[in-house]
Design a protein around this ligand. Structure first.
Ligand SMILES: [Zn+2]
Length: 534
C-alpha cells in the first residue's frame, strides 16, 4: 500500500505542477492589458445584448429568459441575426435600401435599451407628493387608522400623477362627466385624451387629496382656488400648479405639470432652423427693443420666450419676468407672478418692475393698452422686452397693438421683431414609415415642385402610445421690423391697409412653407400640417 502511494506521488506532484503552471499562464494571459480590456468589453457587449433582448417587443416574454442565456454564451450573434431579419423585412416593406434599414434598426436597438433602462429607473423609484409646507401627502394624512383608510385613495392619486409624468403630459384634467362619474384626461403633445373614468366617491377623495397637498381649502368647492405641489421620484422633482372651480355636477380640477426642461432648452431644441436662430439671437443680444411672439393658445409661445431667455447671459444681464402663472423655474431670474383676482395685474406689476430698472423684462402676455404701452416704453428706454400676444400671425399682431391704442410712433421705435409660430407634432422615430400618397396628392406636389420621396406617415407602437407622434417641433414666421418698415409704420398711411390685406396671407404662406420643409424632411406628416396650419 505504502509502496503504491510512493509510486503514485511523483505523478501527482507532476500533475499539480502542470496545472498550476497552466493556471498561471491563463492568469498571465487574462491580466495582459489588451486582452483584459477586450475581455471586459466582450462582457459588457454581452450584457448590453441581454438588455436588448429583454427590451425587445418582438420577442415573446416566454422566450426572453432562454434567449438571454443563449446570448450570454454566444455574444451578440442572436441580436445581430434578429436585427438583420427585421432590417430585411423593413427594407422590403418600405422599398428602401437594406443598408439604410439596417442602420435604422441598429439605432432603434440603442434607443430601445436606453428607453427601457430609464423606464426601469423611473418605475423603481416611488413617487412622493409634497405640499408647499414641505409635508408629504402621507404625513398630512397622518398614521394609524386614518391613514389605512385613505391608503387606497393616496395610491390612486399618486398613480394618476405618475402616469401623467410617464406619458409626458402637460396637464391633468379631472372633470365631472355626469352625476355618477368623473373623467380623467391628459394633455400630451397638445392633444387631450381620456385615460380613466372614476366613480364619484373615489374621484372626490382624489380631488380632496390633491387640494390638501396643494394647500387649498377642501370645504370650498364652488369658488375658484389655486395651489401648487411638488412630486419627487428618485432624484427628479416635478412642479405642479393646481386650479379648482365649481362645475355642473361637481367640481373640476386642472393640474398643470411645469416644464422641467425649460431652463435648459435652446431655440434649436425647439426645432428652429439655424437661420431662424441667427435672426432671433441678433435681436436678443441688442440692449433694447421689444420681441413679440404671437400664435394661438398652445402654440408654444412661452416655451420660445424661455428659450430666448436661455440665450441671454443672465449673470450679466439682470432679468425679471412677470407671468400668469409662472410656467417653469428659471435660475438667475426674478420671476413675479401676477394675480388679477387680488388686483395684481400685468400693467401694475410691470410698472413697478420698470422702476427697478432691470436689463431684460419678460411680460407673460399683453392683454390691454396699459401693458402694451408700458412694455413698449420700457423697450424704447434701454430695456430688452419680450412678450407674447394671442393672435394668428405677425401682421395681425401689429394691427392688434395699434387697435389697443398704441401710437404708431411708439410701436415703430420700440418693436424690433415679431415671431409668429405654431407647434407640429413630430412623427414617432420608431414607427414612422414612408407615406402612401394618393395620385392627386402626388400631382399637387409635382405642380408645386416639392420633392416628396422623404414624406413619412405615422405608424403605431408602444413608444408613442399608439399615436404615431412623439414630442413637437416649432415652425415660425419671422417679421423683423427694419428701418424701412419703421418709417412706413409712421408715415405711410396705406401701409396699414396693406398689412391688413396682404400681411396675414403672406405670414400664413410662410408658416406653411416652413412646415412643408419639415414634412419633406420626414419630421412631421402632411396630415399634421393640415391639422395645425390648414
Ligand atoms: Zn411609435
Amino acid at each position: 500500500m505504502l509502496n503504491c502511494c510512493l509510486a503514485v506521488m511523483p505523478f501527482c506532484t507532476q500533475v499539480t505542477q502542470d496545472m498550476s503552471a497552466a493556471s498561471f499562464e491563463w492568469l498571465a494571459l487574462a491580466v495582459h492589458p489588451t486582452r483584459l480590456v477586450l475581455l471586459i468589453g466582450w462582457f459588457y457587449l454581452c450584457m448590453y445584448c441581454v438588455l436588448w433582448i429583454q427590451a425587445n417587443e418582438a420577442i415573446p416574454d416566454f422566450y426572453k429568459a432562454p434567449a438571454g442565456l443563449l446570448t450570454l454564451v454566444t455574444g451578440p450573434m442572436l441580436p445581430l441575426v434578429l436585427i438583420i431579419i427585421a432590417a430585411v423585412q423593413r427594407s422590403r416593406q418600405s422599398q428602401r435600401g437594406l443598408l439604410e434599414s439596417l442602420v435604422e434598426q441598429l439605432r432603434g436597438a440603442f434607443v430601445d435599451v436606453h428607453a427601457s433602462q430609464t423606464a426601469y429607473q423611473e418605475e423603481g423609484a416611488a413617487l412622493q407628493l409634497v405640499g408647499p409646507s414641505g409635508q408629504t401627502l402621507d404625513e398630512i394624512y397622518g398614521h394609524g387608522e386614518a391613514k389605512r383608510e385613505n391608503a387606497k385613495i393616496l395610491d390612486l392619486t399618486e398613480t394618476i400623477v405618475a402616469d401623467a409624468i410617464q406619458q409626458r403630459a402637460s396637464d391633468i384634467l379631472i372633470d365631472p362627466r355626469d352625476e355618477s362619474s368623473y373623467t380623467i384626461r391628459l394633455r400630451v403633445d397638445g392633444l387631450v385624451r381620456t385615460v380613466k373614468e372614476l366613480q364619484v366617491d373615489p374621484c372626490r377623495a382624489v380631488i380632496n387629496s390633491v387640494k390638501v397637498v396643494s394647500g387649498m381649502d377642501i370645504a370650498e368647492r364652488r369658488r375658484p382656488q389655486d395651489g401648487a405641489f411638488l412630486a419627487r421620484q428618485g432624484d427628479a422633482v416635478y412642479s405642479f400648479r393646481v386650479a379648482s372651480a365649481g362645475a355642473l355636477n361637481g367640481e373640476k380640477l386642472s393640474i398643470r405639470i411645469l416644464n422641467k426642461n425649460a431652463s435648459a432648452s435652446t431655440l434649436s431644441d425647439l426645432g428652429m432652423t439655424p437661420k431662424e436662430v441667427g435672426v432671433i439671437n441678433k435681436v436678443v443680444q441688442k440692449p433694447s427693443g421689444m420681441i413679440l411672439i404671437c400664435g394661438p393658445t398652445g402654440s408654444g409661445k412661452t416655451t420660445t420666450m424661455y428659450a430666448m431667455l436661455n440665450a441671454i447671459d443672465r449673470f450679466e444681464r439682470n432679468t425679471v419676468t412677470v407671468e400668469d402663472p409662472v410656467e417653469a423655474v428659471l435660475p438667475e431670474t426674478s420671476q413675479i407672478e401676477v394675480n388679477p383676482r387680488a388686483d395684481i395685474t400685468f400693467a401694475k406689476t410691470l410698472r413697478s418692475v420698470v422702476r427697478q430698472d432691470p436689463d431684460v423684462i419678460c411680460v407673460g402676455e399683453i392683454r390691454d393698452e396699459e401693458t402694451a404701452e408700458t412694455a413698449l416704453r420700457a423697450a424704447q428706454t434701454g430695456h430688452l422686452v419680450m412678450s407674447t400676444l394671442h393672435c394668428d400671425n405677425s401682421a395681425s399682431a401689429i394691427i392688434r397693438l395699434l387697435d389697443l391704442g398704441v401710437s404708431p410712433l411708439l410701436l415703430s421705435t420700440g418693436l424690433n421683431l415679431v415671431i409668429s409660430q405654431r407647434l407640429l407634432r413630430r412623427l414617432c422615430p420608431r414607427c414612422k414609415m414612408p407615406a402612401e400618397l394618393s395620385e392627386s396628392q402626388i400631382a399637387q406636389l409635382r405642380r408645386k415642385r416639392i420633392e416628396f420621396a422623404g414624406i413619412q406617415e405615422p405608424g403605431q407602437c408602444k413608444y408613442c402610445d399608439q399615436t404615431g407622434y412623439f414630442e413637437r417641433t416649432v415652425v415660425c414666421d419671422l417679421l423683423p421690423i427694419d428701418s424701412r418698415m419703421k418709417t412706413q409704420l409712421v408715415e405711410d398711411r396705406t401701409f396699414l391697409a396693406y398689412l391688413k390685406a396682404e400681411g396675414a396671407k403672406k405670414s400664413h404662406a410662410n408658416l406653411r412653407k416652413q412646415a412643408m420643409k419639415k414634412v419633406v424632411a420626414g419630421i412631421t406628416s402632411l396630415e399634421e400640417l393640415k391639422r395645425v396650419i390648414g
